[in-house]
Ligand binder design. Structure first.
Ligand code: AMP
Length: 411
């Protein structure tokens, strides 16, 4: 009898990109990683790295669609002896952004699951279609292999109704499925658990505020391993100030832009999702560039930074109140892991909430989870690198790893 397959391919299909990683779940090691960008354009790019040989290959030139992109990825993997036809491949794990209220767990994909992901397109018009295309293409390449959907929203389905509902007439909320779903759930799940580990405790024992600060950004309040509140809502627009999204604003701003500014709904959507946040405020959405400009005395960059920090502080305070007792605040993602000035400013003045940052520890750069609060403070402040691909692979493998899960078993 051949040994059980132990490899998982993780696919994260965006509207014009596919990110992928091939992992061996015996030791969670990465075998290959890569990215296809600008799918559908003349200037598509595929960058592939084989971790064993250390080789990185780059291919430039038009890649018409997701099918062509995945075929190109499959060819690269084959060149490294890691092809999709390998009997060692146990499953493909797909990041799916919106699982609504229906999907509370990773789920083996069958026709009913595909139909439900499709039904959720109206609440995730940018993301779910791309995720679906990725799944269908992967299914066509390996129809015999279990494909698992891991949902960004799943970790947040434990939120109580008091946190998940907007204060609007339930008639409308229910008819149009309007509620707070939350996103980045895979990262919040991974980081809250890794933070508990860092404290030498189990997830059930600790209350954690996770601050996922990347180009998109969200906060969550996690009590005993279960999410009880998160800052993103019906869509990823709500909450913190982000790279290009406004986060929270008075909904009447939208009426005002339409009535007084004469803007169409699509124009307002683009303004708030793509041309707001740090980028809208100062023309840059990269925190490195903003810090550089601040050091040169740039006023717009300073104000953008201050607005970003003010909002972050408000959420830290709010989630201290939601949780009652907080054991740790964990910073993660591109900004959270790398921008010491953001961590310092976000926690400055919060000694009354038991929060402080040690400047020397905060300045350390490392890939490992680490504490940055002074010894003896009531609440641990930590930097915990996120690893969404590993979390997707782990959840996928947990579901199908024995090799016994039939395709279409989504119970
Ligand atoms: P992510 O979405 O998690 O990949 O985060 C991307 C963002 O992280 C970028 O837009 C930058 O703002 C930020 N970032 C990445 N590296 C650094 C760094 N060394 N210092 C400050 N910000 C960084």
């Amino acid at each position: 009898m051949s040994p059980s397959p132990t490899r998982v391919l993780v696919l994260n299909s965006g509207s014009s990109s596919v990110k992928y990683q091939l992992l061996d779940m015996r030791d969670s090691s990465r075998l290959a990683v890569g990215l296809v960008e600008r799918i559908g354009e003349q200037t598509s790019r595929l960058r592939h790295t084989c971790l064993d040989s250390g080789d990185t290959r780059e291919a430039l030139g038009p890649i018409a669609d997701h099918e062509a992109a995945l075929k190109a990825v499959a060819e690269e993997l084959t060149r490294d002896g890691l092809g999709l036809d390998s009997p060692e491949l146990a499953a493909i794990g797909h990041r799916v952004v919106h699982g609504g209220m229906f999907f509370t767990e990773p789920t083996v994909i069958d026709d009913a699951v595909l139909a439900e992901i499709e039904r959720l397109i109206p609440v995730a018009p940018l993301h779910n279609p791309a995720n679906l295309t990725g799944i269908r293409t992967a299914q066509a390449l390996r129809p015999d292999l279990p494909q698992v959907a891991v949902f960004d929203t799943a970790f947040h389905t434990t939120m109580p109704e008091s946190a998940a509902r907007y204060a609007i007439d339930p008639k409308f909320a229910d008819r149009y499925r309007i509620r707070r779903y939350g996103f980045h759930g895979t990262s919040h799940a991974y980081v809250s658990r890794a933070t508990a580990r860092l404290l030498g405790r189990t997830p059930e024992e600790v209350n954690v505020i996770v601050l996922h600060l990347g180009n998109g950004a969200s906060a969550s309040a996690v009590r005993g391993g279960r999410c009880v509140d998160t800052s993103m809502g019906l869509t990823p627009l709500e909450g913190l100030v982000m790279g290009t999204r406004s986060g929270d604003l008075d909904p009447a701003v939208i009426f005002h832009l339409a009535r007084v500014g004469g803007m169409s709904m699509d124009e307002i959507d683009t303004l708030l999702n793509k041309r707001s946040g740090l980028f809208g405020l100062c023309g840059d959405n990269d925190m490195r560039e903003i810090r550089r400009r601040i050091d040169e005395g740039d006023e717009a960059a300073r104000l953008a930074f201050d607005i970003y920090i003010h909002r972050l502080k408000k959420y830290i305070g709010a989630y201290c109140a939601v949780l009652g007792r907080v054991d740790a605040v964990a910073f993660t993602a591109g900004v959270g892991e790398n921008a010491a000035p953001v961590r310092e400013a976000a926690v400055a003045g919060l000694e009354g909430l038991g929060l402080a940052v040690d400047p020397e520890l905060n300045a350390v750069r490392a890939d490992e989870p680490r504490l940055i609060s002074p010894a003896g403070t009531r609440v641990a402040v930590a930097v915990v690198p996120t690893d969404e691909e590993l979390e997707i692979a782990t959840q996928t493998y947990a579901l199908v790893g024995t090799g016994s899960a039939p395709v279409g078993n989504n119970s």
